[in-house]
Ligand binder design. Structure first.
Ligand code: 5AD
Ligand code: SF4
Length: 420
């Protein structure tokens, strides 16, 4: 989401006057720090980064802080770091050219509605595109700061989504990543029109775009994984067979305390359904350990779900208390050592599972979409099910979808040869 927000800001700036990205801090006229506030660590990093940028930047260069931390700290940022010229919340990025002209502007309105705003064109990678389908979140998970920083959920009109994707396809993208906090809740909160499309309908509409070959999306919510959606996922040939199903915890009572709206059984049932309808699909997840009140038994429930589903990819975090969240006030916060030990155990078991999954890939053939030149005469890309591939090759492979046979496996990536 933040990567796409950054692209939107670059596009808006460029539409006004030409900007160029630079790796040299001393060359920059504008430094934007686009922040995340989901966990505490990046927030503390922000202020040390501002200090470094301020020390080495050109005197005339401006510093802007944008994104979720900007939303929740607002003018506090300028108070703590007067070197900052403007603060722009996650929901306000269309105002980037406006705040540039004001001294110490702070725009953090979480009700600001950008849902029908057509941003300019800028993409980091011409072969892949990211397109927002909704903004904000209508849930209130008790650990999560996002509803406070990105505001209420709004679905973006489907015609705007289609025209964004069509533009990207015209300039070489065969793949789109649809973005939203809860993509499969699409269609519940249109503001400006009377559309009646849900996420399945949107996927069907997008599939008709000529030249678009691959559709990915992130993140769906397990609660909204109804049969209609899972059948569309399994049967629509343009939809990549990789799905993120964020578990958070395997314990039904903890899921309740997290206000996730589903039980362990519902989660397992949805994953079984995915495996049944689409055995080739990879399933990834997010897990939080050390949520307030998590007992050994609760944690064992999480381990049990890992064992049953065997997620190919796991993003796991120690619970981090956040401002504006209910769980930060819960009693029974878990000591850091216990949460740390649980995280280590979870990750160690996942690593074993991943090694088995990747070892089984040896000799298999995947269709890989190549999108990046790498050092040492290599090109990288992703298989339909989301695995990272490296093969020997050059520009002629970029933008192509070709069959590749796996010749070497490792935990993070596969190597292979093109087999025509
Ligand atoms: N502490 C730890 N992890 C969190 N996440 C969200 N809020 C917190 C928090 N307070 C994790 C969730 C979410 C992912 C993006 O970040 O697992 O799915
Ligand atoms: Fe946060 Fe829950 Fe909304 Fe996801 S669904 S953004 S975890 S509140």
């Amino acid at each position: 989401m933040n990567v796409r927000d950054s692209e939107h800001m670059i596009a808006e700036l460029n539409a006004k006057e030409p900007y160029e990205l630079t790796e040299e801090l001393g060359d920059a006229d504008l430094i934007i720090i686009n922040t995340c506030s989901v966990r505490e660590k990046p927030v503390s990093k922000l202020f040390s980064e501002i200090g470094v940028f301020n020390k080495y930047k050109k005197e005339s260069a401006k510093i802007g802080v944008t994104g979720c931390t900007a939303s929740h700290l607002g003018k506090e940022i300028i108070k703590r770091a007067p070197a900052v010229d403007f603060v722009l919340g996650a929901r306000n990025i269309s105002k980037i050219t406006k705040v540039l002209e004001e001294k110490h502007a702070v725009e953090i309105d979480i009700n600001h509605d950008d849902s029908s705003y057509a941003f300019g064109e800028y993409r980091t990678n011409p072969f892949k595109s990211m397109v927002n389908i909704s903004m904000g979140c209508d849930k209130s998970c008790t650990y999560c700061i996002v509803p406070a920083t990105r505001g209420d959920e709004v679905s973006i009109p489907s015609d705007l989504i289609v025209s964004e994707i069509a533009k990207a396809v015209k300039t070489g993208a065969k793949e789109v990543m649809l973005l939203g906090q809860n993509v499969n809740n699409y269609g519940k909160h249109f503001t400006a029109n009377d559309e009646k499309l849900n996420f399945t309908g949107l996927l069907q509409k997008i599939s008709k775009i000529e030249g678009l070959e691959r559709i990915r999306f992130t993140s769906p919510h397990p609660l909204h994984m109804d049969d209609e959606f899972l059948e569309e996922f399994a049967n629509n040939p343009k939809i990549c067979k990789q799905i993120h199903v964020p578990l958070q915890s395997g314990s039904t009572s903890l899921l309740k305390a997290m206000r996730r709206g589903y039980s362990k059984e519902w989660f397992l049932n949805r994953c079984e359904k995915i495996r049944k309808l689409c055995p080739e699909a990879t399933i990834s997840t997010d897990i939080i350990v050390g949520f307030p009140g998590e007992s050994e038994e609760d944690f064992e429930d999480t381990m049990d779900v890992l064992e049953k589903v065997r997620f190919e990819q796991l993003f796991s975090f120690k619970y981090s208390p956040r401002p504006h969240t209910a769980a930060a006030e819960f009693e029974e916060q878990i000591p850091n050592e216990i949460a740390g030990a649980r995280l280590t155990k979870l990750q160690a078991r996942h690593t074993e599972i991943l090694d088995e999954v990747m070892d089984a890939q040896m000799g298999r053939v995947h269709k890989v979409y190549f999108d990046e030149l790498k050092a040492g005469g290599k090109v990288s890309g992703r298989s339909d099910d989301g695995k990272l591939f490296f093969v020997e090759g050059s520009e002629e492979l970029l933008g192509e979808i070709v069959p590749v046979k796996v010749t070497k496996v490792s935990r993070g990536a596969l190597e292979g040869v093109v087999c025509n």
